[in-house]
Design a protein around this ligand. Structure first.
Ligand code: NAP
Length: 309
């Protein structure tokens, strides 16, 4: 951060993303595209700051010292930042996770835009609106929790969490209050019924992501024919049907193997690039006070990460 400020001078407005590894992050591209579209190019700049695990406090101290206006926060710092900022939003408090910090005269406020970004991406990418609709989320980690909370806040009639570790599923489902339900990932019959009854099925596990190894199949059984490889998805796509939206938070590769199979089953497929764009757009609104140029950000994301990549 120090070197960024030294190069750009005292008048520049600096934002960025902290994480590790962060070099691959699309966030600076999205932010800088938005600054250009808003006429802020040349004055507002976004950077990727590599901050190793355990060093979030140093990053926030630098944020104050170097008057960094905003930081997007990604793995592995979301939980640490939630207890380091001066103030957290209600959503970030419930999630124990901050994905955005706003610096107002040295006072740091943490918020979490992941869930709202996901819901906005459903509307933009699949014309899906959760109000009154049954939804199912596979996974119960940080991203899943944000999605569960946002779906419930958007009025989903039910939000069923299917996860390998049942205790974490219960914790995540509790975020949806009375709409929250749980189904074990390895209970074939219960999972099939829950998936078939859902209008929206979300993969919020890393399964299928480029660079991940193939993981235990949903039902823990080897594939037919003695092939001991296991599935690249948490929810068997054979359970999906036409009329459903299948949303994968993963966006590398585009599309994921699960989305290819979901489309084959007749579902509408949506990858995680839209969530990335919309959570960034919501952060920009906080930093600049301006409407985010979402379509320009979408275009930049699609160009940097085209379908088929
Ligand atoms: P996380 O906190 O590590 O949680 C991972 C979840 O996946 C856990 O519920 C875990 O189950 C489950 N899981 C992992 N490996 C599994 C396996 N082999 N079989 C069954 N379940 C498995 O991760 P996260 O931060 O929530 O991120 C999840 C995914 O969302 C990642 O791929 C991330 O890149 C993506 N994401 C995308 C965006 C976006 O903007 N598009 C934003 C955030 C995250 P257990 O609880 O049993 O361990």
């Amino acid at each position: 951060m120090e070197s960024a400020r030294r190069v750009l001078g005292p008048e520049a407005t600096i934002v960025g993303v902290i994480g590790s590894p962060v070099a691959h992050s699309l966030s600076p591209l999205l932010h800088n595209t938005a600054f250009s579209a808003l006429g802020l190019g040349g004055r507002w700049h976004s950077f990727a700051f590599e901050v190793r695990a355990g060093a979030a406090a140093d990053a926030l101290a630098s944020m104050r010292l170097w008057e960094i206006t905003g930081l997007s926060v990604t793995m592995p710092h979301k939980a640490a930042v939630a207890v380091l900022v001066d103030e957290v939003s209600e959503t970030a408090r419930r999630l124990d996770a901050v994905n955005c910090v706003i610096n107002t005269d040295g006072r740091l406020r943490g918020i979490n835009t992941d869930g709202d970004g996901f819901v906005a991406s459903l509307a933009r990418g699949a014309d899906f609106h959760p109000a009154g609709r049954p939804c199912l989320v596979a996974g119960a980690g940080g991203a899943a929790r944000a999605v569960v909370l946002a779906l419930a806040a958007a009025g989903a009639s039910s939000v069923t969490v299917a996860n390998r570790t049942l205790g974490r599923a219960r914790d995540a489902a509790a975020l949806a209050g009375s709409a929250g339900l749980v189904v074990p990932l390895d209970d074939e019959g219960a999972l099939a019924a829950a998936v078939r009854g859902a209008d929206l099925v979300v993969n919020a596990t890393p399964l299928g992501m480029t660079g991940t190894t193939r993981a235990p199949g949903a039902f823990g059984t080897p594939a037919p024919g003695g092939d001991t490889r296991t599935e690249a998805w948490a929810i068997p796509p054979g359970l999906l049907r036409a009329g459903q939206v299948a949303a994968d938070l993963v966006y590398a590769p585009r599309p994921t193997p699960w989305l290819v199979a979901a489309r084959g089953a007749g579902a509408t497929a949506l990858d995680g690039l839209g969530m990335l764009v919309h959570q960034a757009a919501a952060q920009l609104v906080q930093w600049t006070g301006l409407d985010a140029p979402v379509e320009e950000m979408w275009r930049a994301a699609e160009e940097a990460s085209p379908a088929g990549s």
